[in-house]
Structure formats: structure tokens, C-alpha cells
Design a protein around this ligand. Structure first.
Ligand SMILES: Cc1cc2nc3c(=O)[nH]c(=O)nc-3n(C[C@H](O)[C@H](O)[C@H](O)COP(=O)(O)O)c2cc1C
Length: 349
């Protein structure tokens, strides 16, 4: 399937709306579509070409392009993401407690630079609500691609109790997830990024490992980092995470460097994503692969809008990649365009 011929029309309609309204409308439509999608996917679908498949963390990825966290926080449209060709899907960030997020407006487009700034603040219905939805979905045998759940800290919980909060979130969703991400890198929850210190990440992962090791199949844990750490800080944090049993890292979240936008309105706060993030997120990925060696799983995310950028992420050391802002500017056909390019490049797993 290709959404491309209709994309320019759809984009101009969506871009006429306020960014958050456009997001809610799109998600509502994908949610309706999801209800009608059959369980089995067509094996002749090019997104399932055997050349594209990967095996990591004991999971089978039909292709290496995933949906990044934040677009479908509550996991309402998982079958639709799978049908659009994604080889894995990450839902969340969810928090142990439901929360409304920051006051609106909290999402801003910068079309000339193909960028977004957001300060959503983990608006989500909570881990228990996500667990109920995932239970229903799993009963339908869905999704057929790996499903990650990204966990954050509930805003009202003090930083000193972060480990307990992450643990509660983990206990609610772990059995329904194929992998779990500890998100300590959103710029929009006060103090969250302070958890990227070695001691803090160890404390959180240790708290999660206790219930994790009791599962019949302990889930692989990944840690998502900010591009605003220095290379040295990021390496120290990554080593602490891997030392506490994490299987890999997601690089990177949005940057607080709003000044990377050419026309940044003064006083704008939040996290910047899209094209201006590509350089730093890719550089940090390269540094971490060099420092950590071939073993840990590294997922590259940040500023992928073209095949060349996807290829550059793999060249910098990514095993898998994820998309968010590229979908907003280039439409859902981006997934299949990138897959086609990867096939001809023959990116070795
Ligand atoms: C509106 C918006 C909301 C996001 N929400 C989350 C989130 O809840 N959790 C998370 O880990 N990352 C979140 N992200 C970050 C993305 O997952 C991704 O790491 C980042 O946007 C860089 O990729 P991109 O340039 O392809 O968008 C969000 C990004 C955007 C634009």
C-alpha cells in the first residue's frame, strides 16, 4: 500500500490545523482503521522482504525501521503502524500514574526546517490503561512485529522516588511488551534528565530488574538518552546502564538546543526534533558505538527524513532506526521509501 499520491493533499489539510489537533485527528483515524485490520499480514508485503529482516534481543524484526516513542503514547493504533510497514513499534511514554501533560499550546511546527518543538510533558492515560488495551490486542494475536513500551516518571512523584515509580510502571506493562525502554531523557518533565547520572540509572534499573527477573521470560531493557549530554557523560551513563543489565540504548531523544532552529522564536521552550537534530543525534550514536563495541543494541533516532539519513544512521553504528518527525513532514509513505532504499543498499545486519 502507498499513501504517497494522496499525501500532499492530506498534508495541506492537516497543516491547516493546529499541530496538536492534526495529531489527534490523525491518531483517531488510524485508531478506527486499526479496528478493521486483519490479524495476519500479507507475507508478500515488501516490508516483510526476507532481505530486510533482523534478529536482536531474541526478537524477530521483519525490517529495521520502527515507530519512535511519543506518537502513539497510549498504543491506540498499533495494527495501523504495522500495516504501514514498520518493523517494530514503540508506544509510550507511559507513566505509572495517568497525567494530563503540560498546558497547551505544547507542539509547534517549523516547516521550512522540517522540525518540531514539543513540550507535551508525557500526557498519557497511565500504565494500567495501556496494559488493558495491550491485553485485548494480544488476544487478537497483535502485533506481529516487536512491541516496545517506553516508560517515564510520573510528574507528581519526586525524583528521589523515581525508581519506585518506574518499577510500578514496569510491573503494569512488562508481560505485554517485547522490550521496555527506560526514558530518562525527556526535556519536558522537570529534573528527569538529572536521572542520566550513573548512580541514578543504576538505581532505576536495579529496581526494575527485581520484578523483571521473576518473569518467565525477562524482558530486554533499553535506555533512551538525550543528545544534550556530552559524549563523556553519555558514555558513562551507557556503561552504567549496560552494567546494570540493560541490553542497549536508544539515541536520541529531542534536544533542548532550540537555538539550532534558524528562526527560533525567543522564549520558546521544549524539545527540538527533525532535521536540525540529525547531526548531533548521529554523532552521539557514532561515539557510543565506538566506545561500547559491537555488542549492545543501538537504536538510532533523530532527524531521519530521507534515505541518505537512514543509511547514515546505520553507518554510524545503529542496528535499528526509528522515525517520528519525518512522518509528519513526509507522510507515512516514508517508511516504505526508506525500506526500498535500504534494500538496494544492502545494509548488513
Ligand atoms: C511531539 C513529540 C512527542 C514525543 N514524545 C516522546 C515520548 O513520549 N517519549 C520519548 O521517549 N520520546 C518522545 N519523543 C521523541 C521521539 O521519540 C524522538 O526521539 C525524537 O523526536 C527524535 O526523532 P525525530 O527527529 O525522528 O522526531 C517525542 C517527539 C515529538 C516530536
Amino acid at each position: 500500500m502507498t499513501a504517497q499520491p494522496t499525501w500532499p493533499i492530506l498534508k495541506s489539510l492537516l497543516f491547516a490545523l493546529d499541530p496538536e489537533q492534526a495529531h489527534s485527528l490523525t491518531l483517531a483515524l488510524l485508531r478506527v482503521w486499526s479496528a478493521f485490520l486483519a490479524r495476519r499480514l500479507d507475507p508478500s508485503d515488501p516490508a516483510r522482504d526476507p532481505q530486510l529482516k533482523r534478529e536482536y534481543l531474541g526478537l524477530h524484526f521483519p525490517n529495521p525501521i520502527g515507530l519512535a516513542a511519543g506518537l502513539d503514547k497510549d498504543g491506540v493504533a498499533i495494527p495501523a503502524w504495522q500495516a504501514l510497514g514498520f518493523g517494530f513499534i514503540e508506544v509510550g511514554t507511559v507513566t505509572a500514574l495517568p497525567q494530563p501533560g503540560n498546558p497547551q499550546p505544547r507542539l509547534f511546527r517549523f516547516p521550512k526546517e522540517e522540525a518540531l518543538v514539543n513540550r507535551m510533558g508525557f500526557n498519557n492515560a497511565g500504565a494500567a490503561a495501556l496494559a488493558r488495551r495491550l491485553q485485548r490486542l494480544r488476544a487478537r494475536g497483535l502485533p506481529e512485529v516487536p512491541l516496545g513500551v517506553n516508560l517515564g516518571k510520573s510528574k507528581i512523584v519526586p525524583l528521589a522516588q523515581a525508581a519506585t515509580d518506574y518499577r510500578q510502571g514496569f510491573e503494569a506493562i512488562a508481560e505485554l511488551a517485547d522490550y521496555v525502554v527506560v526514558n530518562i531523557s525527556s526535556p519536558n518533565t522537570p529534573g528527569l534528565r538529572d536521572l542520566q547520572g550513573g548512580d541514578e540509572i543504576r538505581r532505576i534499573l536495579d529496581a526494575i530488574q527485581t520484578p523483571n527477573q521473576r518473569l518467565s521470560r525477562p524482558r530486554p531493557l533499553l535506555v533512551k538518552l538525550a543528545p544534550d549530554l556530552s559524549d563523556t557523560q553519555a558514555i558513562a551513563c551507557a556503561q552504567a546502564a549496560l552494567g546494570s543489565g540493560a541490553a542497549g540504548l536508544i539515541l536520541t531523544n529531542t534536544t533542548h538546543r532550540i537555538d539550532l532552529l534558524q528562526d527560533a522564536p525567543s522564549g520558546l521552550t521544549g524539545g527540538l526534533s527533525g532535521r536540525p537534530l540529525f547531526r548531533r543525534s548521529t554523532e552521539l550514536l557514532r561515539q557510543l558505538r565506538a566506545a561500547l563495541g559491537p555488542e549492545p543494541l543501538l537504536i538510532g533516532v533523530g532527524g531521519i527524513l530521507e534515505p541518505a539519513e537512514a543509511i547514515a544512521k546505520f553507518a554510524a553504528g545503529a542496528d535499528l532506526i526509528q522515525l517520528y518527525t519525518g512522518l509528519i513532514y513526509r507522510g507515512p509513505g516514508l517508511v516504505r521509501r526508506l525500506l526500498q532504499a535500504l534494500k538496494t543498499q544492502d545494509i548488513a545486519p
